[in-house]
Design a protein around this ligand. Structure first.
Ligand SMILES: Nc1nc2c(ncn2[C@@H]2O[C@H](COP(=O)(O)OP(=O)(O)OP(=O)(O)O)[C@@H](O)[C@H]2O)c(=O)[nH]1
Ligand SMILES: [Mg+2]
Length: 230
């Protein structure tokens, strides 16, 4: 009985969240903004990848970040150094951002910046390999990160995020010589549950693979915006 009630509650929650996500996406579309939802387990390298991305792309694209963390503005402060608007959202006990929180972040952002001036909003979700993938926030694409230190089996053990991902960024490949890890096994495990996913292997430390990631981001931003930026 409890389980049935819990399941109904869960479905209603996801249903309400989906409506909020659709609402956010409608705003993004109206404003001509592409939104990426960046997700991974804690410490896979989301913020470092965003630091590299901001350093490389802020000349060509107008970017804002919505930074989700349970507590602290540590990541938000790191990203603010790149001169872009960063809205920090502390989720408290919640292990993911939801559509309502992101709507609040967009409201805050719109008080200081004209949304139609922006090309790209990057959401860094709370570090968690399970919950963020269940709650859409209105993104146009889901970016999942998996660092090579986490183990080749993770896509199979935590399939939801990897199934939902449009792109998988395998991070920290500079550490491969020190680990007993087979990169091709990670890729095969991901493809088993998501054959279409784009896979990009990077090292934020050596810079390997970052150009391919930047190219993916540029392509994700709608062509009309790229045209308008020129
Ligand atoms: N060797 C190596 N270390 C990396 C790389 N990318 C990130 N790291 C390190 O991994 C640690 C975590 O990086 P973050 O970018 O803070 O990870 P995160 O996913 O944002 O973490 P949370 O926001 O807490 O979930 C830091 O010590 C980084 O320096 C990489 O490419 N190579
Ligand atoms: Mg982070």
């Amino acid at each position: 009985m409890h389980q049935i009630i819990d399941e109904t509650l869960g479905i209603n929650l996801l249903h309400a969240n989906q409506a909020g996500a659709d609402h956010n996406r409608a705003h993004f579309d109206e404003w001509g903004i592409t939104c990426l939802n960046v997700m991974s387990s804690p410490g896979a390298g989301k913020t470092v990848l965003l630091e590299k991305t901001l350093a490389a792309l802020t000349d060509a694209l107008k970017i804002a970040v919505i930074e989700g963390d349970m507590t602290t503005e540590l990541d938000a402060d790191r990203l603010r150094q790149y001169g872009v608007p960063v809205i920090a959202i502390n989720t408290g006990r919640a292990c993911h951002l939801d559509a309502r929180m992101v709507a609040g972040g967009l409201h805050t952002l719109s008080q200081t910046h004209t949304p139609t001036d922006l090309d790209l909003v990057i959401v860094e979700n709370v570090g968690n390999l399970v919950c963020p993938a269940e709650f859409e926030v209105g993104e146009h694409a889901k970016v999942a990160l998996l660092s090579i230190t986490e183990g080749e089996d993770k896509p199979l053990k935590y399939p939801v995020m990897f199934r939902e991902a449009d792109v998988l960024v395998i991070t920290k490949v500079d550490l491969a010589p020190y680990l007993d890890v087979d990169l091709s096994r990670i890729e095969a495990n991901v493809r088993e549950i998501n054959p279409q996913v784009t896979i990009i292997a990077v090292s934020a430390q050596t810079g390997a693979g970052l150009e391919a990631w930047f190219d993916w981001v540029r392509a994700a931003v709608k062509p009309s915006q790229l045209a308008a930026a020129h």
